[in-house]
Ligand binder design. Sequence first.
Ligand SMILES: [Zn+2]
Length: 228
Amino acid sequence: MGVAGVTDVLTLAHDPMRMSTADVLLDHFHKLAHEEVRRGAENGVSVHVGLGVHPRSINAQVDETLRALPEYLSHPDVVAVGEIGLERCTDVEERVFRAQLEIEYYPKVIHTPRRGKRDALERIVAIVDDVGVKDVVIDHIDPSTVDIALEAGTYVGITVQPGKASVQDAVDLIKEYPEAKFVVNSDISAQRSDCLSVARVLHALSVEGYADRGQKACVQNGLDLFLR
Ligand SMILES: [Zn+2]
């Protein structure tokens, strides 16, 4: 990423390992805020961190994690709450999501699931409206869900990763909606990932004569939101 000109990275809490107790998740937070920041620095990339309880990380001790979260958010390299959101739209997911939306700490990054994305997104937008927060990225939006996300008036995350949006999807969305506040991301995860996907979108837009929009969606909006 450093070779491709990436200077800053935001990494968000979620690991598909089994989060059997509150301590496992808190150790994951600790790893992000310490080890991942160090690993980035060794390669010339500034790593910034978002922490939160991802819907797939909810376990029986989730309330213990929620109580500990504010202290972790005060770490100097932590700049956001996330990923939070819904996966299967269960009652407990909604309760944990809402509790984290209500934490007085911004911005926040909201996950939308691969399956049932439109239904989950509609539920997420309703809860975000109800709590009354705007300084959020609703993430993993693709051409099939962009209409709902744009109406929410928040930042709209486009995840360019195999199985989510393609480079061409991102280019098309950014060309089609000049007023939207897009944040292109690679969501490097345990799934197949491309750590250069943001650089690829920026490059493709520049080649097509949309360098300014590319700079906004791939660089500036993220800097404005997370590092102001
Ligand atoms: Zn996610």
